[in-house]
Design a protein around this ligand. Structure first.
Ligand code: GDP
Ligand code: IMO
Ligand code: MG
Length: 420
């Protein structure tokens, strides 16, 4: 049996915290897509940790953490992260498994990401510069190197071949930076990776499922950044939606049961691209300040805005979301008025769907206003104790989406979560 936790917006919905909260109910926590572009924040005994490559179940004893075949893996980030969790008393050699089919992010992928973004100028994606796009391009272009290749005697010659190909591309971009120190780090880091449990992920996970073990698939990024369904081309390069669990772990669709969709009580986006409910005023600034909305991976300020139910409904549809987890509700505690977008006005006409031309058409969001709750909710543990105005806000969202909000996160801590 497999349950999924994934983001319904443009990433950073609080997936890391939620996976950490749910992990005790599962035997295996598995990442199925993305790579070090992810930044998942958890608080372990009051200490903040940001995970980029390792699944967010790593701090729970006796849980298997699997990096699936659909992930792109940067050995340098992985090594750094292994050192971090190790310094916190976690024996990653025991609990961390890696699919031999996961593609490697090479130093030249990072260089190509940077070169490509520079070449795009004002039209840049605003990528995390972690080499994600070029690594997935080499996967679908059938050139990439995989974790399992590291164990092969011919690895170095394969590496040299692809490096030469990348160098020609970098020359085309007139990319001059010296990447030899990245390469030194890469070759040092693969030694640690080679010593980890490299497995055939699809047999491994299906055997466990057969034995009755429970799997939690941890999404990275968000549904609106999905390469097929997001705001293309301002997206990431993987399928972030629930379908990605099947291809990213080798799991059949009928094994998936619950799909938990995580959404903030408002909305953020980092990087370029359309964001209909963005607030470029002092309210947006206030949300960014109260919510500490700065990227966990790049430190960039996140763009902030009201919750967008048109986009959320779309995300619920393409993912088959069964329950919604609403995070960062406490960030709205002091606001006297809240808005919820329940339609898009395009060329004067009201639409209730995400249009293909979202990048090109000016979208004027249609809002419904709510009175804020203006109460500190961070210590509340029971649904009944939540302010009435907050319940009205959540009830409306429930009704609109026709998917229940079952969990309400009211602070970054592991235990700050209220069951509806
Ligand atoms: P992820 O990428 O989806 O895991 O999310 P990030 O870790 O990038 O960003 C979410 C941020 O919000 C982190 O700093 C979390 O610690 C924090 N967070 C998560 N849930 C809550 C919540 O309910 N309230 C508050 N105040 N912070 C939260
Ligand atoms: P988590 O898992 C928020 C965004 C980047 C950029 C676009 C493409 O922490 O929610 P990429 O480096 O993937 O080629 O960048 O996607 N992006 C994220 N935004 N959270 C993330 O991950 C993101 N991962 C990528 O900012 O706009
Ligand atoms: Mg994040």
């Amino acid at each position: 049996m497999v349950d999924v936790i994934l983001g319904l917006q443009w990433g950073d919905e609080g997936k890391g915290k939620i996976v950490d909260y749910f992990a005790p109910n599962y035997d295996i926590i598995a990442r199925f897509q993305g790579g070090p572009n992810a930044g998942h924040t958890l608080y372990v005994n009051g200490q903040k940790v940001v995970l980029h490559q390792i699944p967010s179940g790593i701090f729970h004893e006796n849980k298997i953490n699997l990096i699936g075949n659909g992930v792109v893996l940067d050995p340098i980030t992985l090594k750094r992260e292994c050192e971090t969790v190790s310094s916190m008393g976690i024996d990653y050699r025991k609990n961390l498994y890696i699919s031999e089919r996961a593609h490697l992010i090479l130093p030249t992928h990072r260089a190509l990401d940077k070169a490509s973004e520079l070449a795009k100028g004002n039209e840049k994606i605003g990528s995390t510069l972690k080499g994600i796009g070029p690594a997935y391009m080499d996967k679908t272009g059938r050139n990439g190197l995989r974790v399992g290749d590291l164990l092969d005697k011919g690895f170095i010659s394969q590496y040299i071949k692809i490096r030469l190909k990348h160098q020609r591309l970098l020359d085309n971009y007139h990319f001059q930076e010296d990447i030899s120190s990245w390469e030194d780090d890469f070759f040092e880091s693969i030694e640690l990776l080679k010593g980890l449990k490299i497995v055939n992920g699809e047999y491994f996970i299906n055997d466990k499922i057969q034995q009755g073990k429970r799997v939690l698939a941890e999404g990275a990024q968000g549904s609106m950044l999905d390469v097929d369904f997001g705001t293309f081309p301002f997206v990431t390069s993987s399928n972030t939606i629930s379908a990605g669990v099947c291809t990213g772990l080798g799991i059949a669709p009928q094994k998936i049961k619950e799909v938990y969709g995580v959404s903030k009580a408002y909305c953020t986006r980092v990087g370029s691209g359309p964001f209909p409910t963005e607030l470029s005023d002092e309210t947006g600034e206030l949300i960014r300040k109260i919510g500490s909305e700065f990227g966990a991976t790049t430190g960039r300020p996140r763009r902030c805005g009201w919750i967008d139910l048109v986009a959320l409904q779309f995300a619920c549809m393409i993912n088959g979301v069964t329950q919604i987890i609403m995070t960062k509700t406490d960030i709205l505690d002091s606001l006297p008025e809240l808005k919820v977008c329940n339609g898009y006005r395009v060329n004067g006409e009201e639409k209730n769907y995400v249009p293909f031309q979202i990048n090109r058409l000016p979208i004027d969001p249609v809002y419904k206003s709510f009175k804020g709750w203006e109460t500190d909710i961070t210590a509340i543990e029971k649904y009944d104790e939540l302010p009435v105005n907050m319940k009205s806000y959540i009830d409306y969202i429930n009704q609109f989406l026709q998917v229940p909000v079952k969990f309400i996160s009211n602070g970054p801590g592991r235990d700050q979560i209220v069951l509806a």
